[in-house]
Design a protein around this ligand. Structure first.
Ligand code: CO8
Length: 261
């Protein structure tokens, strides 16, 4: 079971069957330095392995979800150091989490912070949230999947405008464009994210995880392969006890009792 250690740049907490992870490095607007990304992976993977946790909420502090990768740490990095570190592998491991992830974004979600939100399964934003990929303004380009995931989230025309100019968008634009599932007042944001996470965590974990895997296949596969992958997963649900329980409970007009088996 998850007994997350003491982290320097995170605050973690279990709320019922939900793991709550808050990036907490407010003096640097939650810039994601190596220590913070290592802690994030540790905390998230612990929750992912914990059978009592059915969903994860990822949030920041009031001024920032995260203002990007840590520019101080990156500024003097050589090409060979960047290659050896391969910081992109963080995002591969993040994306491999089986538990559903909900981002609750207040303030800045810029650069790597925006890419982190884009890699979450659901994004809720506060009214004051701002999203952007400003990397070109500091002489680099997005490196955590932003050029790929933003295009899929909001389309090429808007993604090009944001990535080539570095323009930030408001939470309302992000919602209208489909990057964000819903906008909430600042003081209601975390509750809304926890409510959705709690609802997801009350369902069968293997079934929810198969649904997540099937949706994510839409990112990774051509349509025909994705449809076949979905079909194989759909058929696999019939090998679970929870499928039998869910359908029997419906027919018996009672609430299902999930066993995650
Ligand atoms: N890295 C390091 N420190 C940061 C960062 C950052 N990304 N963002 C803010 N800070 C620090 C500031 O340096 C400042 O520290 P100090 O008080 O010691 O000077 C403190 O946070 C507060 O910031 P500001 O004084 O700048 O606050 P403002 O309210 O004036 O401005 C902004 C807020 C607009 C968010 C501004 O801080 C800003 O533009 N930040 C940088 C945004 C940015 O360019 N992000 C992209 C970074 S590149 C990236 O993310 C690449 C992703 C790919 C990752 C792949 C592998 C690592």
């Amino acid at each position: 079971s998850a007994a997350p250690g003491d982290y320097s740049n995170l605050q973690v907490e279990v709320r019922g069957n939900v793991g709550l992870v808050a990036i907490h490095r407010p003096a640097a607007l939650n810039a994601l330095n190596d220590e913070t990304t290592a802690e994030l992976l540790d905390a998230l993977q612990r929750y992912d392995r914990d059978s009592t946790i059915g969903a994860i909420v990822l949030t920041g502090t009031d001024r920032a979800f995260a203002a990007g990768a840590d520019i101080k740490e990156m500024a003097n990095r050589s090409f060979s150091q960047a290659r050896r570190r391969d910081a992109g592998s963080f995002m591969d491991l993040f994306f491999a989490l089986r538990s559903p992830t909900i981002a609750a974004v207040r303030g800045y979600a810029l650069g790597g912070g925006c890419e982190l939100a884009l890699a979450c399964d659901i994004v809720y934003a506060a009214e004051d949230a701002q999203f952007g990929l400003p990397e070109v303004q500091i002489g680099t380009i997005p490196g955590w999947g932003g050029t790929q995931r933003l295009v899929r989230a909001i389309g090429k025309a808007r993604a090009m405008e944001m990535i080539l100019s570095g323009r930030r968008i408001s939470s309302r634009e992000a919602e209208a464009w489909g990057l964000v599932a819903a906008v909430h007042p600042e003081d209601k944001l975390l509750t809304a994210a926890l409510d959705t996470a709690t609802k997801i965590a009350s369902l069968s974990q293997p079934i929810v995880q198969m649904a997540k895997a099937a949706v994510n296949a839409a990112y990774e596969m051509p349509l025909r392969s994705g449809v076949l992958y979905e079909r194989a997963l759909f058929q696999s649900t019939f090998a679970t006890q929870d499928q039998k329980e869910g359908m029997t409970a419906f027919l018996d007009k009672r609430e299902p009792k999930w066993t995650n088996a």
